[in-house]
Ligand binder design. Structure first.
Ligand SMILES: Cc1ncc(COP(=O)(O)O)c(C=O)c1O
Length: 375
Protein backbone atom coordinates (compact mmCIF):
# COMPACT_ATOMS: atom_id res chain seq x y z
CA UNK A 1 0.00 0.00 0.00
CA UNK A 2 1.43 3.39 -0.85
CA UNK A 3 1.08 5.96 1.91
CA UNK A 4 0.01 9.56 1.47
CA UNK A 5 2.96 11.99 1.45
CA UNK A 6 3.41 13.77 4.78
CA UNK A 7 4.51 17.32 3.96
CA UNK A 8 7.14 19.01 6.08
CA UNK A 9 4.61 21.70 6.88
CA UNK A 10 0.89 22.26 6.62
CA UNK A 11 -0.69 25.33 8.27
CA UNK A 12 -4.01 25.48 10.12
CA UNK A 13 -6.37 28.02 8.55
CA UNK A 14 -9.70 27.04 10.05
CA UNK A 15 -10.38 29.96 12.42
CA UNK A 16 -11.58 33.38 11.27
CA UNK A 17 -9.21 33.44 8.28
CA UNK A 18 -11.92 32.96 5.65
CA UNK A 19 -14.33 35.38 7.35
CA UNK A 20 -11.75 38.19 7.48
CA UNK A 21 -10.63 37.56 3.90
CA UNK A 22 -14.23 37.76 2.72
CA UNK A 23 -14.50 41.05 4.60
CA UNK A 24 -11.56 42.40 2.60
CA UNK A 25 -13.21 41.42 -0.65
CA UNK A 26 -16.65 42.67 0.34
CA UNK A 27 -15.28 46.05 1.39
CA UNK A 28 -12.80 46.32 -1.48
CA UNK A 29 -9.88 46.88 0.94
CA UNK A 30 -7.19 44.64 -0.44
CA UNK A 31 -4.09 46.87 -0.55
CA UNK A 32 -1.84 47.89 2.33
CA UNK A 33 -4.18 50.78 3.12
CA UNK A 34 -6.88 48.50 4.52
CA UNK A 35 -7.77 48.45 8.22
CA UNK A 36 -6.50 44.94 9.02
CA UNK A 37 -2.89 46.12 8.65
CA UNK A 38 -3.12 48.49 11.64
CA UNK A 39 -5.08 45.96 13.66
CA UNK A 40 -2.53 43.24 12.97
CA UNK A 41 0.42 45.52 13.77
CA UNK A 42 -1.17 46.62 17.03
CA UNK A 43 -2.19 43.09 17.94
CA UNK A 44 1.28 41.60 17.41
CA UNK A 45 3.05 44.49 19.15
CA UNK A 46 0.71 44.26 22.15
CA UNK A 47 1.06 40.50 22.36
CA UNK A 48 4.86 40.64 22.31
CA UNK A 49 5.16 43.67 24.59
CA UNK A 50 6.47 46.15 22.03
CA UNK A 51 5.27 49.70 21.41
CA UNK A 52 5.34 49.63 17.62
CA UNK A 53 4.83 47.03 14.91
CA UNK A 54 5.52 47.72 11.23
CA UNK A 55 4.11 45.02 8.95
CA UNK A 56 6.12 44.21 5.83
CA UNK A 57 5.97 41.76 2.94
CA UNK A 58 8.27 39.08 4.44
CA UNK A 59 10.83 38.40 7.15
CA UNK A 60 13.81 38.97 4.86
CA UNK A 61 12.54 42.44 3.97
CA UNK A 62 12.06 43.10 7.69
CA UNK A 63 15.79 42.45 8.19
CA UNK A 64 16.78 44.69 5.26
CA UNK A 65 14.63 47.51 6.63
CA UNK A 66 15.91 46.98 10.19
CA UNK A 67 19.55 47.25 9.08
CA UNK A 68 18.77 50.33 7.00
CA UNK A 69 16.77 51.92 9.83
CA UNK A 70 19.76 51.51 12.16
CA UNK A 71 21.91 53.17 9.49
CA UNK A 72 24.44 50.36 9.38
CA UNK A 73 26.69 50.54 6.35
CA UNK A 74 30.24 50.45 4.98
CA UNK A 75 32.90 50.08 7.67
CA UNK A 76 30.43 48.65 10.21
CA UNK A 77 30.64 45.09 11.48
CA UNK A 78 27.62 43.09 12.63
CA UNK A 79 28.04 39.89 14.64
CA UNK A 80 25.57 37.09 13.89
CA UNK A 81 25.36 33.28 13.97
CA UNK A 82 26.84 31.41 11.03
CA UNK A 83 24.03 28.85 11.23
CA UNK A 84 21.11 30.90 10.00
CA UNK A 85 19.14 31.77 6.89
CA UNK A 86 20.90 33.81 4.22
CA UNK A 87 18.44 36.70 4.77
CA UNK A 88 20.34 37.70 7.94
CA UNK A 89 23.78 38.00 6.36
CA UNK A 90 22.36 39.24 3.03
CA UNK A 91 20.74 42.24 4.73
CA UNK A 92 24.10 43.17 6.28
CA UNK A 93 26.05 42.68 3.05
CA UNK A 94 23.51 44.56 0.92
CA UNK A 95 23.84 47.53 3.25
CA UNK A 96 27.59 47.50 2.63
CA UNK A 97 28.36 46.39 6.20
CA UNK A 98 30.43 43.33 7.12
CA UNK A 99 28.98 40.17 8.66
CA UNK A 100 31.12 38.57 11.37
CA UNK A 101 29.91 35.12 12.36
CA UNK A 102 30.08 32.96 15.46
CA UNK A 103 29.72 29.19 15.65
CA UNK A 104 26.64 27.34 16.89
CA UNK A 105 26.02 25.76 20.26
CA UNK A 106 25.94 21.96 19.88
CA UNK A 107 23.05 21.48 22.30
CA UNK A 108 20.64 24.34 21.50
CA UNK A 109 21.71 24.86 17.85
CA UNK A 110 21.58 28.62 18.50
CA UNK A 111 24.54 30.99 18.29
CA UNK A 112 27.31 30.26 20.77
CA UNK A 113 27.06 33.42 22.83
CA UNK A 114 30.37 32.76 24.57
CA UNK A 115 32.12 33.49 21.25
CA UNK A 116 30.60 36.93 20.73
CA UNK A 117 32.94 38.98 22.91
CA UNK A 118 36.07 37.77 21.08
CA UNK A 119 34.58 39.00 17.79
CA UNK A 120 34.04 42.57 18.99
CA UNK A 121 36.37 45.12 17.38
CA UNK A 122 36.44 48.90 17.15
CA UNK A 123 34.24 48.56 14.04
CA UNK A 124 31.51 46.44 15.62
CA UNK A 125 28.21 48.29 15.60
CA UNK A 126 25.57 45.62 16.21
CA UNK A 127 24.78 42.06 17.23
CA UNK A 128 22.09 40.16 15.38
CA UNK A 129 20.64 37.43 17.59
CA UNK A 130 18.66 34.82 15.65
CA UNK A 131 16.39 32.41 17.53
CA UNK A 132 16.63 29.06 15.81
CA UNK A 133 14.24 26.10 15.57
CA UNK A 134 12.56 26.17 18.99
CA UNK A 135 14.73 27.62 21.72
CA UNK A 136 15.79 31.25 21.96
CA UNK A 137 19.31 32.61 21.98
CA UNK A 138 20.63 33.18 25.50
CA UNK A 139 19.89 36.91 25.40
CA UNK A 140 21.32 38.08 28.75
CA UNK A 141 25.01 37.90 27.71
CA UNK A 142 24.21 39.53 24.36
CA UNK A 143 22.38 42.44 25.99
CA UNK A 144 25.17 42.83 28.53
CA UNK A 145 27.87 42.96 25.83
CA UNK A 146 25.81 45.37 23.75
CA UNK A 147 25.39 47.63 26.75
CA UNK A 148 29.08 47.48 27.64
CA UNK A 149 30.29 48.24 24.09
CA UNK A 150 27.47 50.55 22.97
CA UNK A 151 26.21 48.15 20.28
CA UNK A 152 22.77 47.91 18.71
CA UNK A 153 20.87 44.63 19.06
CA UNK A 154 18.76 43.25 16.24
CA UNK A 155 16.65 40.30 17.33
CA UNK A 156 15.51 38.02 14.52
CA UNK A 157 12.52 36.29 16.07
CA UNK A 158 11.21 35.06 12.70
CA UNK A 159 10.86 31.49 13.92
CA UNK A 160 9.78 32.03 17.48
CA UNK A 161 6.73 34.24 17.80
CA UNK A 162 5.12 33.25 21.12
CA UNK A 163 8.36 31.92 22.66
CA UNK A 164 9.67 33.55 25.83
CA UNK A 165 13.12 34.05 27.32
CA UNK A 166 13.02 34.13 31.14
CA UNK A 167 9.32 34.95 30.85
CA UNK A 168 9.77 37.85 28.42
CA UNK A 169 8.51 37.55 24.83
CA UNK A 170 10.91 36.88 22.00
CA UNK A 171 10.46 39.83 19.66
CA UNK A 172 10.73 42.30 22.55
CA UNK A 173 14.52 42.34 22.96
CA UNK A 174 17.04 44.88 21.79
CA UNK A 175 16.62 47.94 19.61
CA UNK A 176 14.67 46.26 16.87
CA UNK A 177 13.15 42.80 16.31
CA UNK A 178 11.90 41.08 13.19
CA UNK A 179 9.32 38.38 12.48
CA UNK A 180 8.36 36.23 9.50
CA UNK A 181 4.88 34.91 8.73
CA UNK A 182 5.80 32.45 5.98
CA UNK A 183 3.44 29.42 6.05
CA UNK A 184 5.95 27.25 7.89
CA UNK A 185 5.79 29.71 10.80
CA UNK A 186 3.20 28.98 13.45
CA UNK A 187 1.52 32.30 12.64
CA UNK A 188 1.21 32.82 8.92
CA UNK A 189 0.01 35.45 6.48
CA UNK A 190 1.09 33.47 3.39
CA UNK A 191 4.04 35.79 2.90
CA UNK A 192 4.70 38.46 5.47
CA UNK A 193 6.86 39.86 8.20
CA UNK A 194 7.02 42.54 10.86
CA UNK A 195 9.49 44.89 12.47
CA UNK A 196 9.01 45.61 16.17
CA UNK A 197 10.57 48.34 18.27
CA UNK A 198 9.90 50.58 21.27
CA UNK A 199 11.61 53.55 19.61
CA UNK A 200 9.15 55.92 17.90
CA UNK A 201 11.79 57.34 15.58
CA UNK A 202 13.00 53.91 14.44
CA UNK A 203 9.40 52.82 13.85
CA UNK A 204 8.78 55.91 11.74
CA UNK A 205 11.94 55.25 9.75
CA UNK A 206 10.83 51.67 9.11
CA UNK A 207 7.40 52.86 7.97
CA UNK A 208 9.06 55.24 5.56
CA UNK A 209 11.58 52.66 4.29
CA UNK A 210 8.80 50.11 3.62
CA UNK A 211 6.88 52.68 1.59
CA UNK A 212 9.56 53.90 -0.86
CA UNK A 213 10.41 56.81 1.49
CA UNK A 214 7.51 58.84 0.21
CA UNK A 215 7.46 62.27 1.85
CA UNK A 216 5.01 65.12 2.21
CA UNK A 217 5.57 66.13 -1.39
CA UNK A 218 4.52 62.93 -3.11
CA UNK A 219 7.01 61.56 -5.67
CA UNK A 220 9.86 63.73 -4.38
CA UNK A 221 12.32 61.59 -2.40
CA UNK A 222 15.27 62.46 -0.19
CA UNK A 223 16.08 58.80 0.49
CA UNK A 224 15.68 55.42 -1.17
CA UNK A 225 13.30 52.91 0.32
CA UNK A 226 11.51 49.80 -0.90
CA UNK A 227 7.98 48.69 -1.50
CA UNK A 228 7.90 46.26 1.43
CA UNK A 229 4.21 46.83 2.24
CA UNK A 230 1.92 44.11 3.57
CA UNK A 231 -1.53 43.89 1.99
CA UNK A 232 -4.81 43.99 3.87
CA UNK A 233 -5.47 40.42 2.69
CA UNK A 234 -2.29 39.19 4.36
CA UNK A 235 -2.98 41.14 7.54
CA UNK A 236 -6.53 39.72 7.65
CA UNK A 237 -5.06 36.22 7.65
CA UNK A 238 -2.55 37.24 10.27
CA UNK A 239 -5.12 38.70 12.63
CA UNK A 240 -7.17 35.49 12.48
CA UNK A 241 -4.03 33.51 13.19
CA UNK A 242 -2.99 35.76 16.06
CA UNK A 243 -6.30 35.04 17.81
CA UNK A 244 -5.17 31.42 18.02
CA UNK A 245 -1.53 31.84 18.95
CA UNK A 246 -1.84 30.22 22.40
CA UNK A 247 -3.66 27.25 20.94
CA UNK A 248 -0.97 26.95 18.25
CA UNK A 249 1.82 27.08 20.81
CA UNK A 250 0.19 24.34 22.87
CA UNK A 251 -0.21 22.24 19.72
CA UNK A 252 3.49 22.77 18.89
CA UNK A 253 4.52 21.66 22.36
CA UNK A 254 2.34 18.57 22.06
CA UNK A 255 3.91 17.85 18.70
CA UNK A 256 7.35 18.02 20.31
CA UNK A 257 6.33 15.73 23.16
CA UNK A 258 4.92 13.22 20.66
CA UNK A 259 8.14 13.03 18.67
CA UNK A 260 10.16 12.81 21.92
CA UNK A 261 8.05 9.81 22.90
CA UNK A 262 8.01 8.12 19.50
CA UNK A 263 11.78 8.55 18.99
CA UNK A 264 12.76 7.76 22.56
CA UNK A 265 15.65 5.33 22.82
CA UNK A 266 17.18 5.84 19.36
CA UNK A 267 20.69 6.53 20.56
CA UNK A 268 21.95 7.39 17.07
CA UNK A 269 19.87 10.57 17.00
CA UNK A 270 20.35 13.81 18.88
CA UNK A 271 16.87 15.20 19.58
CA UNK A 272 15.97 18.80 20.48
CA UNK A 273 16.53 19.90 24.08
CA UNK A 274 13.09 20.08 25.73
CA UNK A 275 14.17 23.09 27.81
CA UNK A 276 17.03 25.29 28.97
CA UNK A 277 17.32 27.38 32.16
CA UNK A 278 15.51 30.20 30.40
CA UNK A 279 12.94 28.61 28.09
CA UNK A 280 10.87 25.59 27.20
CA UNK A 281 11.14 24.44 23.60
CA UNK A 282 8.19 25.40 21.38
CA UNK A 283 9.37 23.22 18.48
CA UNK A 284 8.91 25.67 15.65
CA UNK A 285 10.39 22.69 13.84
CA UNK A 286 11.45 19.37 15.30
CA UNK A 287 15.10 18.93 14.35
CA UNK A 288 17.21 15.80 14.61
CA UNK A 289 20.96 15.46 14.26
CA UNK A 290 22.57 12.19 13.13
CA UNK A 291 25.23 11.18 15.61
CA UNK A 292 28.68 10.39 14.24
CA UNK A 293 28.25 6.61 14.59
CA UNK A 294 25.80 6.70 11.67
CA UNK A 295 27.78 6.30 8.46
CA UNK A 296 25.54 8.60 6.41
CA UNK A 297 24.62 12.28 6.42
CA UNK A 298 21.39 14.25 6.51
CA UNK A 299 21.15 14.32 2.72
CA UNK A 300 21.07 10.52 2.58
CA UNK A 301 18.59 10.22 5.47
CA UNK A 302 16.28 12.80 3.88
CA UNK A 303 16.35 10.96 0.55
CA UNK A 304 15.44 7.75 2.34
CA UNK A 305 12.60 9.48 4.17
CA UNK A 306 11.26 10.81 0.87
CA UNK A 307 11.02 7.19 -0.26
CA UNK A 308 8.97 6.55 2.87
CA UNK A 309 6.80 9.50 1.70
CA UNK A 310 7.92 11.78 4.50
CA UNK A 311 8.91 15.40 3.81
CA UNK A 312 11.95 16.92 5.54
CA UNK A 313 14.18 19.99 5.31
CA UNK A 314 17.89 20.26 5.99
CA UNK A 315 19.26 22.49 8.72
CA UNK A 316 20.73 25.79 7.56
CA UNK A 317 24.03 25.77 5.69
CA UNK A 318 26.57 28.00 7.50
CA UNK A 319 27.08 31.51 6.20
CA UNK A 320 30.88 31.17 6.18
CA UNK A 321 30.54 28.26 3.73
CA UNK A 322 28.22 30.04 1.29
CA UNK A 323 29.71 30.22 -2.20
CA UNK A 324 28.20 33.66 -2.74
CA UNK A 325 30.00 35.12 0.29
CA UNK A 326 33.23 33.22 -0.38
CA UNK A 327 33.27 34.78 -3.84
CA UNK A 328 33.02 38.19 -2.20
CA UNK A 329 36.08 37.37 -0.12
CA UNK A 330 34.15 37.21 3.15
CA UNK A 331 35.07 34.99 6.11
CA UNK A 332 38.55 33.95 4.84
CA UNK A 333 39.53 30.49 6.08
CA UNK A 334 37.20 30.65 9.08
CA UNK A 335 36.06 27.29 10.47
CA UNK A 336 33.01 26.79 12.68
CA UNK A 337 33.07 23.06 13.34
CA UNK A 338 29.77 22.83 15.23
CA UNK A 339 27.74 24.66 12.57
CA UNK A 340 29.52 22.76 9.78
CA UNK A 341 28.54 19.49 11.41
CA UNK A 342 24.95 20.60 12.07
CA UNK A 343 24.62 21.74 8.46
CA UNK A 344 25.66 18.28 7.27
CA UNK A 345 24.00 16.05 9.87
CA UNK A 346 20.89 17.99 10.92
CA UNK A 347 17.44 18.12 9.37
CA UNK A 348 13.89 18.54 10.54
CA UNK A 349 10.80 16.40 10.46
CA UNK A 350 7.24 17.37 9.48
CA UNK A 351 6.30 19.90 12.15
CA UNK A 352 3.31 21.84 10.82
CA UNK A 353 0.29 22.55 12.97
CA UNK A 354 -1.99 20.37 10.86
CA UNK A 355 -0.02 17.14 11.34
CA UNK A 356 -1.90 14.36 13.16
CA UNK A 357 -0.55 12.10 15.90
CA UNK A 358 -0.80 9.10 13.61
CA UNK A 359 1.18 10.91 10.90
CA UNK A 360 3.84 11.72 13.49
CA UNK A 361 3.99 8.06 14.44
CA UNK A 362 4.49 7.15 10.78
CA UNK A 363 7.29 9.71 10.47
CA UNK A 364 8.99 8.26 13.56
CA UNK A 365 8.66 4.69 12.27
CA UNK A 366 10.15 5.71 8.93
CA UNK A 367 13.05 7.44 10.66
CA UNK A 368 13.67 4.38 12.83
CA UNK A 369 13.77 2.23 9.68
CA UNK A 370 16.30 4.59 8.07
CA UNK A 371 18.52 4.60 11.15
CA UNK A 372 18.32 0.80 11.43
CA UNK A 373 19.22 0.27 7.75
CA UNK A 374 22.93 0.69 8.25
CA UNK A 375 23.32 -1.54 11.28
C1 LIG B 1 15.55 33.01 11.25
C2 LIG B 1 14.87 33.50 10.01
N1 LIG B 1 15.02 34.79 9.66
C3 LIG B 1 14.44 35.29 8.56
C4 LIG B 1 13.67 34.51 7.74
C5 LIG B 1 13.12 35.09 6.47
O1 LIG B 1 11.73 35.15 6.47
P1 LIG B 1 10.92 35.15 5.09
O2 LIG B 1 10.92 33.76 4.57
O3 LIG B 1 9.55 35.60 5.51
O4 LIG B 1 11.57 36.12 4.18
C6 LIG B 1 13.48 33.16 8.06
C7 LIG B 1 12.67 32.34 7.16
O5 LIG B 1 12.19 31.36 7.26
C8 LIG B 1 14.10 32.64 9.23
O6 LIG B 1 13.99 31.35 9.56
Amino acid sequence: MSHEFIPVNEPLLDGNEKKYLVECIDTGWISSEGPFVDRFEEGVARRLGRKYGVAVCNGSAALDAAIAALKLGPGDEVILPTLTIISCAAAIVRAGATPVVVDADPATWNMNVSQVSEKITSRTRAIMAVHTYGLPVDMAPILELADKHGLKVIEDAAELIGQTYNGRSCGSFGDISTLSFYPNKHLTTGEGGMILTDDAELAERCRSLRNLCFQEKRFVHKELGWNFRMSNLQAALGLAQLERLDEFLERKRQLGRNYDKFLNGIGELQLPLPATDYSENIYWVYGVVLRDELPFDAQFAMEQLTQHRVGTRPFFWPMHEQPVFRRMGLFGQLRCPVAERLGRRGFYLPSGLAISDSQQRRVADALKAVVARKH
